[in-house]
Design a protein around this ligand. Structure first.
Ligand code: MN
Length: 506
């Protein structure tokens, strides 16, 4: 990335005067980084310019882009914050300060082997900086993305460390902010470096499978298009292919690619959500829906604010297809998440924004506002005591591992069954016991941060009514309830002969 390329990229998105300011930031950073090289041998300045380019691509406001250009100057060069403030104003210097603070907070996180316990404390510090202005974390994500994109120049050892940290800290962070596209990019790159063989195998499996199903899927797509058009509905449809990393994780749980129905999902974008529900109706009229796979994330958004209608249907020829129906805004938000709250040409964001007083943030990300309040309180006081503030992002969660090292976050106080239902509800239903850190533990063991949890299962094991007291997460509770209800209805049938199980649609 060069000076002129970056300015070209910003042209049309920002005002003339903003671009002039951007140009002078590029010159400032170029001067201060002069003589510094990256591992690749390139001039160091190519890195901050690439980070700024990513921020433009994400549609960020000009201050964020300028701060992206300057993000490493205070930490790595002779430039000072007051230099930045006098040249580029308080907003930009505030952002650069935040990014620098995050780096400093992270200095203590380098030892990744004793990674989990220290990480949480440091993450809290990291979040102070974030809390003051969420754009800081967006800059950090762009920074990390570019470092991952240029990771080939590092030693293998470093590659693995950075990739692991990315998949364990930065990708989940992007997910919390509903920045779906960035999360996937970070995961794919990390996976490739962490498990190159598995990455390649999964990628090949994926592409051969997609080739195989492409024709059948095209047929479904044509059928659905014709039908929706006939009903006079306005929509756009495209296919979304599952990411290689999420396929890998799912294969790990499910075992068989034939049981994975959302390898390719058809995505239908509509103008308003009432059309979305009409589309869902048409789909269910054309094909047989798999009832436990209808998900209304519009009525009940995911924790990160994700909204969409999901359904999986079976066609008369036995093809199983997942559909995702959403409005354009929901789609935009699912891809860009928090970054979708910012727009290129928005006038300078003010102190009011920083204090969360203007409604720039989607309501589902209300925790960010809490974070900001906590941060400003912490700032007024002297010491920051993480326990004093409800840090919604991580502080009320613990991280536990699967035996192969995958990380899952659960609320504090979770039981092993909560973890099991989180992994897979069919597996959870057949649980016969748990090994925690290699030792057998009872069902009422309370999970601790960093536990490695292994689920022991048996074909004959079944969910028990008293398990209701051994789960605390709503997800586990709901799954368990429906499993117990299913068992009851089978008993009812055997004893009463009600043929409700054979009731079918149409
Ligand atoms: Mn950097």
């Amino acid at each position: 990335m060069k000076r002129e390329e970056l300015l070209e990229l910003g042209t049309g998105h920002y005002s003339e005067s903003s671009l002039t300011e951007l140009a002078s930031a590029i010159d400032f950073a170029t001067e201060f980084h002069a003589g510094q090289k990256r591992k690749s041998g390139e001039e160091y300045i190519t890195h901050p310019l690439s980070v700024a380019a990513i921020l433009i691509e994400w549609g960020m406001d000009i201050d964020t882009v300028i701060a992206g250009v300057l993000h490493d100057t205070v930490e790595d060069t002779a430039a000072t914050l007051s230099d930045i403030e006098s040249n580029f104003g308080r907003d930009v210097s505030f952002l650069v300060d935040g990014v620098t603070k995050v780096s400093q907070a992270r200095a203590g996180m380098r030892d990744l082997d004793s990674y989990l316990p220290t990480t949480k404390d440091n993450l809290a510090k990291l979040l102070i900086a974030v809390g003051e202005d969420v754009r800081v974390i967006i800059i950090k994500l762009a920074d990390r993305l570019h470092n991952m994109q240029t990771l080939q120049h590092m030693s293998v050892d470093k590659q693995k460390k950075i990739a692991r940290e990315t998949i364990e800290v930065f990708a989940p962070l992007a997910d919390r902010l509903n920045m779906g596209r960035v999360r996937v990019q970070l995961e794919e790159l990390s996976f490739k470096y962490l498990m190159p063989r598995a990455f390649n195998e999964t990628r090949m499996l994926m592409s051969s499978r997609i080739k195989k199903s492409q024709r059948k899927l095209d047929k479904v797509r044509r059928e659905v298009s014709a039908r929706l058009r006939k009903e006079g509905l306005t929509f756009e449809m495209d296919g979304r292919v599952k990411s290689i990393y999420s396929l890998f994780k799912k294969l790990d749980r499910v075992g068989d690619i034939d049981k994975i129905y959302d390898l390719i999902a058809l995505r239908i974008i509509v103008d308003d959500i009432s059309t979305g529900y009409l589309v869902l109706n048409e789909l269910h009229d054309m094909y047989t829906p798999l009832f436990d796979r209808i998900k209304d994330y519009v009525a009940q958004p995911k924790m990160n604010g994700y909204q969409s209608l999901h359904t999986t249907v079976q066609t008369p020829t036995g093809q199983i297809v997942e559909f995702q129906v959403r409005t354009r805004e929901m789609h935009e938000y699912a891809e860009r998440g928090l970054a979708a709250s910012f727009h290129y040409n928005e006038s300078k964001l003010t102190d009011a924004y920083r204090k969360g007083e203007i409604a720039a943030l989607p309501t589902d990300l209300g925790w960010i506002r809490e974070l900001q309040e906590a941060a400003s309180k912490a700032h007024e006081g002297k010491e920051f005591d993480a326990t004093k503030f409800k840090m919604k992002l991580f502080a009320d969660r613990i991280f536990v591992h699967s035996p192969r090292g995958d990380i899952y976050d659960l609320p504090i106080g979770s039981y092993p069954l909560d973890y099991a239902y989180r992994i897979h509800s069919d597996l959870a239903a057949r649980t016969s016991g748990f090994k925690i850190n290699g030792a057998m533990k009872p069902f009422d063991y309370v999970l601790k941060h960093g536990d490695v949890v292994e689920i022991l299962s048996s074909k004959t094991a079944k969910p028990k009514p008293h398990w209701k007291d051994l789960v605390i997460t709503p997800h586990a509770r709901n799954k368990l309830r429906s499993q117990l209800a299913k068992d009851d209805s089978i008993v009812a049938q055997l004893t009463g002969g009600v043929s409700s199980l054979f009731r079918r649609k149409k």
